[in-house]
Design a protein around this ligand. Structure first.
Ligand SMILES: [Zn+2]
Ligand SMILES: [Zn+2]
Length: 314
């Protein structure tokens, strides 16, 4: 399993991966926080500003950029008063799998500060959501052992593009019920961290090979690896003179997050180009995965997920 690094000596074109395309849009902590507020029903500039305590100038720039990226669109409430509302688009709502991943990760890895003061309820069975990220073809979990990522072969590009381009545009203005979904903010907002994790999910790797493949400077890479080690997501082991890095079980829940971000990038961030890589499930099909309720087996998604204030317990 390899992520193609288009390495040419001398000039350094960044390795183009699905994940990088997605993160080029999302990989900014403010951007993700603004989207979280928008998911949660915030529409007005002043409310974004108050909730996030973000400088006006920064907010203004990010909102404009999100409109340009078609993540948000403007609606003029009152032309004379100049009141503008910002609504999320289908492209934004299509990030739901990533949002569920983050929530599930926090459930599995509680921290002293609870960033998620609400629960996700699977409406179909009424239970607190416990879910696995599963292939929609065969229904089996999409794990790092069962998914193979490879560069899109030239002959299959057309087919892959058509299949991956399918998406639901209909819901462009539909409201999502207050998914007050916080972001594993420091991680999701950091492109190198995500790329390092994604690469390590495909097998252990040593520092130099990682640096070469991801085209990251060694200082940057070492810094991110230290961060991931401190978060107990990555393990470092000395093999002779080499430091070899691998993912720890605690990182497992991040795999669906990165997969769903990569899939989102394929659906929305390819312009007219083929997706740079394809991901195949063990069943032989192009991976298309969603969260599946561990209690009733039903799929989780808009309309079947309800957000509730966290029940008081330890
Ligand atoms: Zn499958
Ligand atoms: Zn269920």
């Amino acid at each position: 399993m390899t992520v193609q690094a288009m390495t040419t000596e001398g000039e350094k074109p960044a390795p183009i991966t699905s994940l990088r395309r997605a993160l080029a849009v999302l990989g900014d902590p403010w951007t993700m926080l603004i989207l979280k507020e928008a998911y949660n029903g915030v529409r007005r500039f002043g409310v974004f500003q108050r909730n996030l305590n973000i400088p006006k100038q920064t907010l203004s720039l990010r909102l404009s950029e999100l409109c340009r990226q078609q993540m948000l669109y403007r609606q003029y409430l009152n032309a004379n008063a100049g009141t503008i509302l910002y609504f999320p688009t289908a492209k934004t709502y299509d990030l739901q799998e990533a949002m569920y991943s983050i929530w599930l990760w926090h459930r599995a890895n509680p921290s002293p500060v609870d960033p998620l003061p609400f629960d996700l309820i699977h409406v179909s069975c009424g239970k607190l959501l416990r879910a696995a990220y599963c292939c929609t073809h065969c229904g089996e979990p999409a794990t790092r052992e069962s998914v193979t990522a490879r560069p899109t072969p030239s002959g299959q590009q057309e087919e892959a593009r058509q299949r991956l381009a399918r998406r639901n545009d209909a819901a462009i203005t539909a409201a999502l019920e207050s998914p007050n979904t916080p972001i594993a903010a420091s991680l999701i907002g950091d492109i190198p961290c995500n790329e390092v994790l994604y690469r390590l999910f495909q097998g252990p790797q040593h520092l130099l090979a990682l640096a070469r493949e991801l085209e990251l400077g060694q200082a940057v890479l070492r810094d991110r690896l230290n961060k991931l080690i401190a978060l107990e997501l990555v393990h470092e082991e000395k093999q002779g003179r080499l430091a070899v890095f691998s993912v720890l079980p605690r990182a497992e829940h991040f795999y669906p997050l990165l997969l769903s971000l990569a899939a989102w990038g394929d659906r929305w961030c390819n312009d007219s180009e083929p997706p740079p890589e394809i991901r195949i499930h063990d069943c032989g099909k192009l991976l298309k995965a969603r969260f599946r309720c561990a209690d009733c087996g039903g799929w989780a998604g808009r309309g079947t997920i309800r957000f509730e204030p966290r029940a008081r317990s330890a």
